[in-house]
Design a protein around this ligand. Structure first.
Ligand SMILES: *Cc1c(COP(=O)(O)O)cnc(C)c1O
Length: 439
């Protein structure tokens, strides 16, 4: 594989775009090397600017569930583009997409469309605060909810604490009302808390499933405190299944945040939930929220096409394929990791774990006999072994693109079939040996 075109593009990009990228994880900083520039994608594959064909498990971090350039989505976007791309007046597509979401997610009575997941979470928090008249919000360490100031807070270790800014440029005052608690432990919630926001299945610290009783515990704690429960389903919505995490867990939040899948690969987000809560939004209520490109016709056309093409059968089929892929992958990786004798900093033999939830797949390296990763501390310890970064590079050398960071998950799409999973397994068998040999 040659990389000269991507290298040249990256060099040019670094001059005019900070770090050469428009979203930091794309820079490869946490795995080493330079990013490949994508020229085009089709189904499970992308072709980089040098013409290399890569089996793609990134899939825009979950924005494409059908695979790249699905012909029906392309046709819908083409047709919409020909009719004009934005008007500043309502369009039928907005009604159809909002109906499609509300019909599929029980309890999500009303939906407002925005242009990113970040906007969805930021606005859902504002509505929760406006509705309850309270300021405090509670989030969990290791959950990502986009990059609005109040949600860029990191946690202390092991206890719920007032958050500290996670980024320069976020004034302490912006996170002064953000409480950060460890994932998978039901925190104490008092009557100053407007809402609890949670990734119902955490997929931004690797893949961490909610422990038995965690989400139900949050529901009860919120009800007792008069706080709203928000599921950030920007990843899990319309990916775990039609009903998302509420179906998966049997727990219904008050508000939902969506993004990624519902835009069919175009910039979109949505938040929705109980009608009485959503009615606090302008123009009906006192909570302001707006957007020039909200409900954009291209995005609604793409999103609607994707939602119409997904069915209970397609979700079940994808989950089944990923489950058997995950089993096989774990076996292959774990055998190689153990055979290599690789240890963590404390000299404990490491093992590989491949958690799978529905069609989502993670990868952790944890000491032998340790329980499965259940919070950010565990995910950070796994990332700290450095094995993911080397495995990532060894896979990429073999033409398999994983996400360039140890806290991301893999997003097999409906375009990933038997031959793609087989290719990934045979590459993984070689790549892991390389990844654990360099110590
Ligand atoms: C990606 C993501 C967001 C932010 O969405 P953007 O469209 O990148 O702004 C929010 N929450 C979760 C859980 C996400 O994975």
């Amino acid at each position: 594989m040659t990389h000269t075109v991507s290298e040249a593009l990256f060099a040019r990009a670094e001059r005019v775009i900070p770090g050469g990228v428009n979203s930091p994880v794309r820079s490869f900083r946490s795995v080493g090397g330079h990013p490949y520039f994508v020229a085009r994608g089709e189904g499970a594959y992308v072709w980089d600017a040098d013409g290399n064909k890569l089996l793609d498990f990134v899939q825009s971090y979950g924005a494409s569930i059908l695979g790249h350039a699905d012909p029906e989505v392309v046709a819908a976007v083409r047709s919409a583009a020909g009719k004009g791309t934005t008007f500043g007046a309502p369009t039928e597509g907005e009604v159809l997409l909002a109906e499609a979401i509300a019909h599929r997610v029980p309890g999500c009575e009303q939906v407002r469309l925005v242009s990113s997941g970040t906007e969805a979470t930021m606005s859902a928090i504002r509505v929760a605060r406006g509705f309850t008249g309270r300021n405090r919000i509670l989030k969990f360490d290791g959950c990502y909810h986009g990059h609005s100031d109040g949600l860029l807070a990191g946690g202390g270790s092991g206890v719920a604490t007032l958050g500290l800014p996670d980024s320069a440029g976020v004034p302490p005052g912006s996170v002064a009302d953000t409480i950060v608690a460890p994932y998978n432990v039901v925190p104490e919630i008092d009557d100053q808390v407007a809402c609890v926001i949670v990734e119902a299945v955490a997929a931004n610290m690797g893949l961490v499933a909610p422990a038995e009783g965690f989400l139900a515990g949050l529901r009860t704690a919120c009800d007792e405190a008069g706080a709203l429960l928000i599921f950030d389903e920007v990843i899990t919505g319309f990916r775990l299944g039609e009903g998302g995490a509420a179906d998966y867990s049997g727990v219904q939040p008050d508000l939902w945040c969506f993004g990624k899948v519902i835009g069919g690969g175009l910039p979109v987000g949505a938040f929705g939930g109980r009608a009485d809560v959503l009615e606090s939004l302008a123009p009906l209520g006192p909570v302001y929220q707006a957007g020039t490109l909200s409900g954009n016709p291209l995005a609604t056309a793409a999103g609607l096409t994707v939602l119409r093409m997904l069915s209970a059968e397609s979700y079940a089929g994808l989950a089944a394929r990923v489950a058997s892929f995950g089993d096989a992958l774990q076996q292959i990786l774990n055998d190689a990791v153990i055979a290599s004798g690789v240890t963590d900093a404390e000299g404990r033999q490491l093992t590989a774990r491949v958690p799978v939830v529905g069609p989502l797949l993670g990868l952790f390296f944890v000491p032998e006999g340790a329980p499965d990763v259940r919070d950010y501390a565990g995910a950070a310890a796994s990332a700290g072994t450095g094995i993911y970064a080397r495995f990532f590079r060894a896979m990429l050398d073999r033409g398999v693109a994983l996400a360039p960071g140890p806290y991301e998950v893999a997003f097999p799409s409906l375009a990933h079939g038997g031959s793609e999973f087989e290719l990934a397994l045979s590459c993984a068998a070689e790549a892991i040996v390389e990844a654990v040999a360099v110590r």
